[in-house]
Ligand binder design. Structure first.
Ligand SMILES: N[C@@H](CCC(=O)N[C@@H](CS)C(=O)NCC(=O)O)C(=O)O
Length: 254
């Protein structure tokens, strides 16, 4: 049995899968993809993952793409450590959380991540070169990059993203009344899927968003204390390790 993960340390979607692999105590071979060099857009990688994004899992030659799909695949194929409830209704509840996280905080966190850290590397490019070499070459991110441009997002886009993150935290705070995890006593893929968004907020200095949300703060501390979390957050996982974090010109909603 051989598991290969194409990933990048700082990629939140890769972090989700690395937490899942560590929780399930699975060994895997690392295939690093350098996003700063656009290695995810090379023809050999696009042949594996036509979306041109990480992560991609290759299990004994079978290619699985999309981080949440990979997590569910691993949970089905390696059931020894279960990260999904056995009861179908509870599993549906877990999946509803997963879809909500994919729809709301996952796209939202990309905006401050790029605006505050990753966009620096495009500042020198003029609009046309940026479009030709950066946005229009990406199978699923062309319009996201176009909206950002070489100088970062508008205040309006940043404020909208922060609002989506704030609403996620409010929803989690409510659900965690029946904690310790989002599904009560069961630690599941739902907890794993949202963790990289929360950790990225922390990395960007946006943790005031949960300063008055004690249950979210305690849940994040519990996540961080898990051995799998420590394993998944390998060196290079935080943007603040290798990028300057720019401050925001819009207030962080609390
Ligand atoms: N839905 C995909 C999204 C993956 C994704 O957006 N990956 C980012 C890193 S977290 C990426 O590879 N970005 C490459 C780029 O910006 O071109 C998944 O969850 O696997």
């Amino acid at each position: 049995m051989r598991l290969e993960l194409y990933h990048a340390p700082q990629s939140t979607c890769s972090q989700k899968v690395r937490i899942g692999l560590a929780e399930k105590r699975l060994d895997w071979t690392e295939r690093r993809v350098n996003l700063a060099k656009n290695e995810q857009l090379r023809p050999e990688y696009l042949a594996l993952n036509p979306n041109g994004v990480v992560p991609t899992l290759v299990h004994d030659g079978k290619v699985i793409v999309d981080s949440s799909v990979i997590l569910e695949y691993l949970d089905e194929v390696f059931p020894e450590v279960r990260l999904s409830p056995a009861d179908p209704a509870r599993r549906a509840e877990m999946r509803s959380w997963m879809r909500f996280f994919e729809e709301v905080p996952t796209p939202a966190i990309r905006v401050p991540s790029f605006h505050m850290a990753l966009a620096h590397r495009f500042h020198e490019l003029d609009e046309e070169t940026f479009r030709k070499t950066q946005s229009d070459v990406r199978p699923v991110r062309k319009n996201f990059y176009r909206r950002m441009g070489p100088h970062g997002f508008s205040d309006e886009d940043v404020a909208a993203a922060l609002d989506e993150l704030k609403r996620t935290i409010e929803r989690m705070e409510k659900a965690l009344a029946a904690g310790p995890w989002l599904l009560g006593d069961d630690y599941t893929l739902a907890d794993i899927v949202v963790t990289p968004s929360i950790d990225r907020m922390n990395d960007l200095g946006l943790s005031s968003a949960w300063s008055d949300k004690p249950r979210v703060a305690a849940w994040y501390a519990r996540m961080q204390a898990r051995p799998a979390f420590k394993q998944a957050y390998m060196p290079g996982s935080r943007l603040s390790e290798f990028m300057t974090i720019k401050s925001l010109s819009v207030p962080v909603p609390v």
